[in-house]
Design a protein around this ligand. Structure first.
Ligand code: FMN
Length: 134
């Protein structure tokens, strides 16, 4: 059986799209995301520094993700921290090559963010919730 964080990343991959919520002052913001990468025991997502979402995370790193697949949903609440490691950016571009048309490791825009103090909860209408922390 895969470790908890691996199951979390697999679920995001299989769902394909998840929704990332940030806070802008007292206003919640949410948008579709699809990037997910498990590396060095961390769950990463990817964005562009020019985006409002990146600026919101810089001001307040607390976020929540929700994904849905086959009658199950996953919510991940936690904080995002930036990792500027070039190797992590390259691994993201290798996993999702379609990003290469928009980002490169040295463009000053590509941003990798990983979860800290994360609580991931798998839920369904038929089974008890299952919590994973990482
Ligand atoms: C299916 C789908 C997946 C997406 N995945 C990402 C992603 O992983 N990272 C990203 O920065 N933008 C992604 N986007 C684009 C963002 O949703 C879009 O840029 C959004 O406007 C960003 O939020 P903001 O306007 O609050 O900055 C995706 C869009 C779609 C439709």
């Amino acid at each position: 059986m895969a470790e908890g964080i691996e199951r979390v990343c697999e679920f995001l991959d299989e769902a394909g799209t998840y929704y990332l919520a940030t806070a802008e002052g007292d206003q919640p913001r949410v948008r579709p995301f699809g990037t997910a990468l498990l590396r060095n025991g961390r769950l990463y997502i990817q964005t562009g520094k020019v985006k409002a979402v990146s600026k919101q995370i810089a001001a307040n790193p607390k976020v929540e993700i929700c994904a849905y697949k086959d009658g199950k949903w996953l919510r991940i609440a936690g904080e995002l921290a930036e990792d500027d490691d070039r190797a992590v950016k390259e691994a993201m571009l290798e996993k999702m090559p379609s990003l290469k048309g928009m980002y490169s490791p040295d463009d000053g825009n590509m941003q990798m963010l990983y979860f800290k103090n994360a609580e991931a909860v798998f839920s369904s209408f038929t089974a008890a919730p299952e919590t994973v922390r990482f």
